[in-house]
Design a protein. Structure first.
Length: 135
C-alpha cells in the first residue's frame, strides 16, 4: 500500500475544523444581522409613533387647565402596533425661560412642553419633546 495517495485522518480532521469555524462565523454574522434589524425596526416604529403623536397633539385644542392631559385623546385615536405603548405628558412652561411652571391650575402662559415616550414590551425605546403654543 505504499505509494498510495490520499488524505490521512489528521488532514481530514483539520479540514473539518476549518470548515466548522467558517460555518460558525457565518451563523454568528446572521444572528447579529437579525438582532440589528429587529432593533432598527423597533426604533423606526418608535420614531414614527412619536412624530404621529406630536402632530396629533398639536392638532388638538389647547388645554389651558394648568394640568393638560392629552393621553385619552391619543389612546382613542392613534393605532399602535402590538407590543407598543405610548405615554404623553404635557407640562405648562414659561415661554421666556422654557422652565416648567409651578402655578395654580387655572393659570397657563400659553406654552406647553409635550413629551412622548414609546415603550415596546415594557422597555422604553424613545422619548421626544416638542412644544404646543396657544394660538
Amino acid at each position: 500500500m505504499k505509494g498510495q495517495k490520499g488524505l490521512t485522518l489528521l488532514e481530514t480532521l483539520i479540514a473539518l475544523t476549518i470548515l466548522s469555524v467558517i460555518a460558525l462565523s457565518i451563523f454568528l454574522a446572521l444572528d447579529v444581522s437579525h438582532k440589528t434589524t429587529a432593533t432598527v425596526d423597533k426604533n423606526t416604529t418608535a420614531e414614527s409613533l412619536t412624530r404621529t403623536v406630536h402632530e396629533f397633539v398639536k392638532s388638538l385644542d389647547y388645554d389651558n387647565t394648568g394640568s393638560p392631559d392629552y393621553q385619552d385623546e391619543v389612546d382613542g385615536n392613534i393605532a399602535l402596533e402590538p407590543g407598543y405603548v405610548v405615554e404623553v405628558t404635557a407640562v405648562p412652561i414659561d415661554p421666556d425661560t422654557y422652565e416648567a411652571l409651578t402655578i395654580p391650575p387655572d393659570e397657563d402662559l400659553g406654552m406647553q412642553q409635550i413629551m412622548v415616550s414609546v415603550y415596546y414590551e415594557g422597555d422604553l425605546v424613545m422619548t421626544t419633546e416638542d412644544y404646543k403654543v396657544y394660538r
